[in-house]
Design a protein around this ligand. Structure first.
Ligand SMILES: [Zn+2]
Length: 201
């Protein structure tokens, strides 16, 4: 597998309809935080960002970013968690939103399906285990809840398995890893060299 390289994608102000948040900010109706809405300002080549292979479908995606130490960073549960640790607040507010239609190759599509499937399974594991345990208790198979069962639920399922599930889900739906954003006209993504070369052509 080839090493990923930095590729620069042009951005522009979003020209579609105003978002509710943008509207309320402009009209001053609500005390909405200021969000800059941007969109990908150039045509993508017919290749996916991750593998540099031929695109089989295009997927609309909306990246949400918030203020980090070195620019606007992508909002994930992990970056939100780190943000919250430093500021004693629950979640960072979105400062920049980047929408775009991203090319996905056959591998990207399959990868996303597999990750989503694992994520759903992990998410369902907790309730299913509880239901099974409840029925087993009703049937008299299980007489007492052991300590390992309690630990399997917490911190095993909440928040352990759920955090993994969220990460997998987000990973499958993310077209590319984005470097901290410092400009409103360009964004740097980590891309396969074939994609980077096709982008410059
Ligand atoms: Zn791909």
């Amino acid at each position: 597998m080839k090493r990923k390289v930095d590729a620069t994608v042009a951005l522009r102000r979003h020209r579609g309809g105003m978002t509710l948040r943008e509207y309320s900010w402009r009209t001053g109706e609500l005390d909405a935080p200021r969000t800059l809405t941007l969109e990908v300002g150039q045509d993508f080549p017919d290749r996916c960002v991750r593998h540099g292979r031929k695109a089989v479908e295009y997927r609309d995606s909306e990246l949400r970013l918030h203020q980090g130490a070195r620019g606007q960073v992508e909002t994930s549960w992990w970056s939100s968690f780190v943000w919250g640790l430093a500021r004693y607040r629950m979640t960072p507010s979105t400062t920049v939103q980047v929408s775009g239609r991203w090319p996905m190759c056959r591998t990207c599509v399959r990868y996303r399906r597999i990750l989503e499937f694992i994520a759903y399974c992990l998410g369902l594991a907790g309730p299913v285990a509880l239901a099974v345990l409840f029925m087993a208790a009703q049937a008299g198979v299980v007489r007492s809840v052991t300590l390992s069962m309690v630990f399997a639920f917490f911190p095993g399922w909440i928040p352990g398995a759920l955090a993994v599930a969220l990460t997998l889900y987000a990973r499958g739906n993310r077209p590319a890893r984005v470097r901290p954003l410092t400009s409103a006209t360009a964004m740097t993504v980590r891309a396969h060299p074939d994609f980077a070369a096709a982008l410059e052509r």
